[in-house]
Design a binder for this molecule. Structure first.
Ligand code: PEP
Ligand code: MG
Length: 353
């Protein structure tokens, strides 16, 4: 692995949502976190009730009341992760999945939420049913949540920045990278960036510590890739979310494709499952366009990938050729990524000779 590290030019980060995963990934040689999915912190047994209260509240006041319960828990998680990563970069993504994923399913769960909200069960049930979406993957998720319920993202930014300031006081170095998901139009990012900077700067000023942070976005919709020059005006970094980018480029549901994609591969309609190995010709073309246009606006734009492809060797070779700065993958794939990145660099050398 030492040899591999001598040759590779791509950085290798990890996708980690918990301090434990972060620790494992560090031991495998990860050089930072490329994706911390904050929603996983919402699902834990002692938190889900407050999350459900937040989603099913009738107004902003009710949502804020529930968010006040969630914030200390998120902040605690971030502090732990920052301590483990100790100076390495940490990209934290604001809430992404459709809210209905958190909804109560059983009657007992409904009753718990109704009690917490002091609302009749029938009313909570009606609200839950109203949140049902026909196409949740294309629905009310990602930054759209931050646009309609800014208080959710505001709470998350507070939790991240307060955590960072507090660990900095413990002499742990930290530079959080706050990432906005599923952006399709620059105006979405402009509005959310403005909120993020306002909230973050106020906390930093009040804390008296010196903290720098970045605000960036995921590029995971074709529209974001082809308008990347505009999006880069508002983003200090890009991270390609190639899971969603594959889904939206092919128009192929990630959750359902498993039923028929194996036939496509067997019948040689597609050479490989595009959710496993990046489709360099189609999805990859959007990635190339995104990088080129993004760097036209911002020459030093930091670019990475955090979809599953970030741990797959042929996709890593593509990322190297496309000029990315790093790949990010699950902790156990970090050594594979380090090796694949070195192979890609060596192939370059061979070509030159
Ligand atoms: C992606 O879309 O590639 C991504 C990393 O985000 P998620 O898988 O959480 O949608
Ligand atoms: Mg995604």
């Amino acid at each position: 692995m030492k040899w591999a590290d001598e040759y590779r030019r791509l950085g290798v980060r990890t996708n980690a949502d918990t301090p434990k995963d972060a620790q494992v990934a560090r031991e495998f040689g990860a050089e930072g976190i490329g994706l911390c999915r904050t929603e996983h912190m919402f699902f834990e047994a002692d938190r889900i009730l407050a999350v459900r209260e937040m989603i099913l509240a009738n107004d902003e006041k009710g949502r804020r009341r529930a968010l006040d319960k969630i914030k200390p828990m998120q902040k605690g998680d971030f502090k732990e992760i920052f301590r483990v990563m100790n100076g390495l970069p940490v990209t934290i993504r604001l809430l992404d999945p459709p809210l209905h994923e958190f909804l109560p399913h059983t009657e007992a769960e409904l009753a718990d939420v109704a009690k917490a909200l002091k609302t009749p069960v029938a009313e909570v049930r009606a609200k839950r049913n109203a949140l049902h979406e026909a196409n949740p993957m294309l629905g009310h998720r990602g930054c759209r949540l931050g646009i309609t319920f800014p208080e959710i993202y505001e709470m998350q930014v507070r939790a991240i920045v307060e955590a960072a300031c507090e660990v900095k006081k413990e002499k742990v170095d930290v530079e959080p990278e706050i990432m906005i998901p599923l952006v399709g139009h620059v105006n979405e990012l402009a509005a959310l960036r403005r909120m993020t900077v306002e909230v973050a700067d106020e906390i930093i000023k009040a804390s008296g510590v010196k903290l720098s942070y970045m605000v960036g976005t995921m590029i995971e919709l074709p529209r974001a890739a082809v308008t990347a020059d505009k999006i880069a005006e508002q983003a200090e970094f890009f991270s390609f979310g190639t899971n969603d980018l594959t889904q939206t480029t092919f128009g192929l549901s990630r959750d359902d494709a498993g039923k028929f994609l194996p036939d496509y591969v067997e019948k040689k309609i597609l050479p490989k499952d595009p959710f496993m190995a990046l489709d360099t010709e189609g999805v990859g073309e959007l990635v190339r366009i995104g990088i080129e246009k993004g760097r036209k606006t911002r020459k030093k734009l930091k670019v990475g990938i955090c979809g599953e492809h970030g741990g797959e060797p042929s996709s890593i070779e593509f990322c190297h050729q496309a000029g990315m700065n790093y790949v990010s993958c699950s902790p156990f794939r970090v050594p594979i990524a380090r090796l694949a990145a070195a192979h890609a660099a060596l192939k370059d050398e061979k070509k030159k000779k």
